[in-house]
Design a protein around this ligand. Sequence first.
Ligand SMILES: Cc1cc2nc3c(=O)[nH]c(=O)nc-3n(C[C@H](O)[C@H](O)[C@H](O)COP(=O)(O)O)c2cc1C
Length: 222
Amino acid sequence: MDLIEGMKARKSIRGFKPVPVPRETIAQILEIATRAPSAYNTQPWEFSVLAGAVLDEVKKAVMERFESGAEPHPDFERPTPLVSIYRTRQVELGKSLFQLMDIGREDNEKRNQWTLKMARFWDAPNAIIIATDKEVSGPLLIFSIGAVTQSIALAALHFGLGTCIEHPPVYYPDVIRQVIGIPDAKKILIAMAIGYPDWEFPANKLESTRELLANAVAWHGF
Ligand SMILES: Cc1cc2nc3c(=O)[nH]c(=O)nc-3n(C[C@H](O)[C@H](O)[C@H](O)COP(=O)(O)O)c2cc1C
């Protein structure tokens, strides 16, 4: 796939076919994606790739915690409640997804099911958990992990795969640590769902909007 075509085609996928991705394919994707730039070439990313019974066990443990109503305690804080135009965009995204999924504003049951599905890696057949050294702090290293996640998302397209970067599956990092044995010396940052997109799944039809470039760029010296 042409680079520009791929960058334009990438979108978050929230419904997957129940077809496992071969380990070799994910290995190739990670091999390619770790060519991503990182601050000081620190490569501050550590991947745990989940499949089959282990993924089921992680999902089950995360579900139990969600359903218990326990307060999330992610290793990296959730953003403070959004304000400004960021909040407006967040609300717009939520509305569009709920509309596609036929989830009513007051339908707490469906909203709850949606959150649980998100926490279950959107029921993807595979998932990637990204951790980093406990000593890591500051924006440059986190920014570097952002770069690698985008590269994973783009490389995945080449293999006919879709991804969704997401935080809720790692809201309770202790349960993930316990199931897959991530040591306390590592902080869990983010998760990615990965699999073959189910194009019939309504949320996958979303074309998320973008601000006009003119509103996001200042040109100087032209
Ligand atoms: C750091 C990060 C966290 C995200 N967390 C979630 C999430 O928890 N749930 C979700 O459905 N999408 C999540 N997304 C995907 C965004 O909602 C998505 O990228 C955005 O709406 C733009 O849509 P697009 O990816 O389809 O272009 C996340 C993306 C990023 C970069």
